[in-house]
Design a protein around this ligand. Structure first.
Ligand SMILES: [Ca+2]
Length: 386
């Protein structure tokens, strides 16, 4: 165990040093040298379900917090895969199951800025999405009537998989928590949004200086150069609330990092990874994964979407190919709703100042590939520490 801890300290030091020189680190420099605290702070905005990619990403953040690599300030729940009452119960209960009920959970909204979609009409006009998260009822194999919903996170329409949590959600709304905390630690807090991002847009509407004071924002979302996984045009997170993403992408963040679906499709969680996890040190997290998720994915491979977000934040050297682009998302209702549109470097345009790029497009760093072998090494190492 001591050997693991020494190794971990070395990893932490290398991460801290690397953060200072990585392409994404501009916003973190103040964190590292500004107030004597070398530990970045993180808010995790999520459409979490049970042992899905959001849950594993949350476990990684909890482990990184435990190891002193970052400070995990809180979870905010959003729509996407599920609705907010379900996401809140899932976040609270899974934090309890891994012994981290001390990490606070704040409820956001699952209602997109443009309102819920009329999926029956949209399905007829534009096609039925391959995946549309909370809009789909896998029980009836049809669109769900979202006017029939759980009244709150303690009274779900369907009994939660691991029961209800004893820990309550926080009273403060997600966007107020985000605003308060980011302003409390200017330049130190990175927001990771791996769901619909409605909470982020609502916070920005209330106070646009959120973007100035945050260290940066990391998104999981968008199909940048490939067909969408929700519709042919759009990736699921950015399809769920395209207007929220459009507004957030246009804000004055110090840095924006996008982990797109293009990248997620290159990384495969295979049975061999579960074998490696089993061979590693066992703790509450690895046991939970092996007992519940391994059987779910038995003999099959799965994608890890959101898990890449904390991974590249903690270990920027995992990123192999990144590209700066000027990007927005089409939030116009229709067949292109949620489509990511991005401009490459262009001889007529200035990447630094944005001069020459159309209005509404904003700069982001997009990760197109990572070192998969090192990613899985880090995944197993971080999840299995004591
Ligand atoms: Ca997610």
């Amino acid at each position: 165990m001591k050997k693991i801890m020494f190794h971990l300290i070395a990893v932490i030091l290398s991460v801290v040093l690397c953060l200072g020189s990585s392409a994404f680190a501009e916003g973190n420099e103040q964190t590292i040298s500004g107030n004597g605290s070398p530990v970045p702070k993180v808010i995790f905005d999520t459409d979490i379900a049970y042992l899905n990619d959001d849950a594993i990403a949350m476990f990684m953040l909890a482990q990184a917090d435990h190891a002193g690599m970052l400070e995990f300030l809180g979870v905010t729940t959003s729509g996407g895969n599920v609705l907010v009452p379900e996401a809140t119960t899932a976040a609270l209960r899974q934090l309890e199951l891994i012994g981290r009920a001390d990490i606070p959970v704040y409820q956001g909204t699952d209602e997109p800025l443009q309102g819920f979609r009329d999926m029956k009409t949209e399905g007829r006009l534009y096609g039925i999405p391959n995946y549309c998260g909370a809009y789909w009822d896998f029980g009836t194999n049809d669109f769900r009537d979202l006017s029939v919903r759980s009244p709150d996170y303690l009274h779900l329409l369907e009994a939660p998989m691991h029961g209800y949590a004893e820990t309550p959600a926080q009273e403060e709304a997600a966007w107020d928590f985000i605003l308060r905390t980011v302003h409390e630690y200017p330049g130190e807090v990175t927001i990771m949004t791996v769901g619909a991002a409605t909470n982020i847009a609502l916070a920005l509407q209330k106070d646009p200086t959120l973007a100035d004071d945050a260290a940066g924002i990391i998104y999981m979302g968008g199909d940048i150069d490939c067909p969408g996984n929700a519709t042919p045009a759009a990736e699921m997170n950015w399809y769920y609330d395209p207007e929220a993403i459009r507004q957030s992408l246009a804000a004055n963040w110090k840095s924006q990092l996008i982990v797109p679906d293009d990248l997620a499709h290159q990384i495969h969680l295979t049975p061999a990874i579960y074998d490696r996890l089993e061979a590693a040190n066992q703790n509450a997290i690895t046991k939970l994964i092996l007992e519940n998720k391994r059987t779910f994915n038995a003999g099959d491979s799965d994608y890890v979407w959101d898990v890449v977000v904390p991974s590249v934040f903690l270990k920027p050297e995992l990123m192999v190919r990144t590209e700066e682009r000027y990007i927005t998302v089409d939030s116009t209702p229709g067949i292109n709703s949620g489509r990511a549109v991005s401009w490459h470097q262009h001889w007529l345009n200035n990447m630094e100042t944005g001069e020459g790029f159309p209005e509404g497009f904003n700069k982001a760093l997009i990760v197109f590939s990572i070192d998969e072998e090192s990613f899985w090494d880090f995944y197993i190492e971080l999840l299995s520490i004591e």
